[in-house]
Design a protein around this ligand. Sequence first.
Ligand code: GLC
Length: 469
Amino acid sequence: MKKTMKKVLFAATECSPFWSTGGLGDVVGSLPRAIRNSGIDIRVILPLFESGVDKNNLKKEGVIYVPVSWRNQYCGIFSHERDGVTYYFVENEYYFKRQSIYGQFDDGERFAFFSRAIWEVVRFLDWKPDIVHCNDWQTALVPIYHKLMYPDLGNIKDIFTIHNIEYQGKFDKNILGDVFGISGSDYNLVEFDGCINLMKGAIECCDKLTTVSPTYARQLGDNFYAMGLSDIIRKNAHKMIGILNGIDEELYDPRTDKSVFKQYSAEDIAGKAENKRELQKLLNLPVSDAPVIAVISRLAAHKGIDLIKYALGDILKENVQLVVLGKGDRYYEEYFSYMHQTSPGKICTVIAFNKDLAQKVYAGSDILLMPSKSEPCGLSQMIACRYGSVPVVRATGGLKDSVISYDRKGGNGFLFEKYSTEEFLSAVQTALSIYGTPKWEEIRRNAMTTDFSWRKSSKEYVKLYKDLN
Ligand code: GLC
């Protein structure tokens, strides 16, 4: 008898190209597409943030009402097909018609609504998933609600993926009933350190726990990386698997990218120099052959921004130019803006999350810095490689799993182990000492031709889905 196709509902709050604030959006935008032809019927469910899609192009599936504790909230259900993947959108203007996706005073309630809506949508649709696969704290309530409120829905398995344990969804215990609709007797499921911790609850309730690189999966057993949750992770280690992210190689291809000034490839590298010149002009840096070093990152402590700060004086003594693109903690934003003012012609800072400019910087730079304190996977080092910007990274998490040291076979970048300014600076200096030599050309070619596609990793997800019964 022919086995029926496994059905997976993939839940998240961001998804490129609709809307995205970082790596999660890229993964949600590309992984289901990579899986779609592998004998798995995978569909994606998202909140409807209207800034990212034209509602007129969506199909209305129906209207339901979703309980959020004592509230009963309107919920429009829309669908849309794109590149062979079906996307479901959960509509509620009160919760999702906002200036920004995150950082609102009522994020807890907004994502409680979304998480309950997911189960109500499952009830509503004719299409019934075998697996609901959730991502990060905003959907952490999904496996929790499954256990507490929807045990009748049949044998549906829950997968929870940690993209970043820095953000756990912590709330005051006083809102347990009023916002999350969870009774006091179930508090222990979500309680951690005296407050509500949604990620902890998801780790406990899910059937399979994944994270985005094998090294990070191992590191999460250590509190230096687990941000307090190492005991919970270790207790649930039997459920854990680390699968390295891939990137959309069609999207991130310097041969076809519309954002870059001149298209190029590993075989026809001449265009890269033109990208460098145009980038220098665009950013008011002197047009020169000096290596252009890029930082394209959320400006947050775990990204290792302090190491860049402490090493900056020494780096700027070299014949280099530095481009910083990103936003995040005000402290770092102000620091790099100040450095921009005081070191004209050496450093250019752009405080923004700007995908188009990011592509121009990948294409126009020679080196990418990523000295992360922790890095679940990291996508920038992979994208940088594709564009021939050689990464200098700390050997942690997914950086360790994707960057091969320049002195090894297939070497595509520079690594350092210890989270110290000295080691970081020395790695940068090694890179600069090789820059401009034939060895550099070889490293850059290796970087541009490393396979960062989803080919391998999507097979691991397919196996995970097929084996989970
Ligand atoms: C988070 C992590 C990053 C990872 C991304 C996608 O943004 O910080 O390391 O690549 O999620 O999984």
